[in-house]
Design a protein. Sequence first.
Length: 129
Amino acid sequence: MTNRVRRWSTAAIGVAIAIVIAVVEIRRYGSAFDGALDVAIIGGYVVALLVLRSRSETAGVLAGEILDERWQLINQRALALTGQLIAAVLVAAFIVADATGGNAGPYAWTAALVGATYLGGILWYRWRM
């Protein structure tokens, strides 16, 4: 991936997500204000990353620009922590939904997907490395 493409990929993905969310918001609720607010929030985040990434290593990593091995390790640990937290929250949400008579199915399926992805990743990287 060229440096120019990598530099603008986070911004392009952010804008695309903002547009999709705004369209869904407008079609579902008919509120152009809410759609514009969604674009403003996500757009503000993207602009903040674009402005700050040359001044802040943290903003650079959030924008997808891994600077060196140290930041690569920080990024990997943050991603691992995020995955662990998501798995724990899904299990807790499943338990609460099941205990209160709610629909626990979406939490169970999502937790199963997280577990299967983790297992698949272990097997894939074991085979590849």
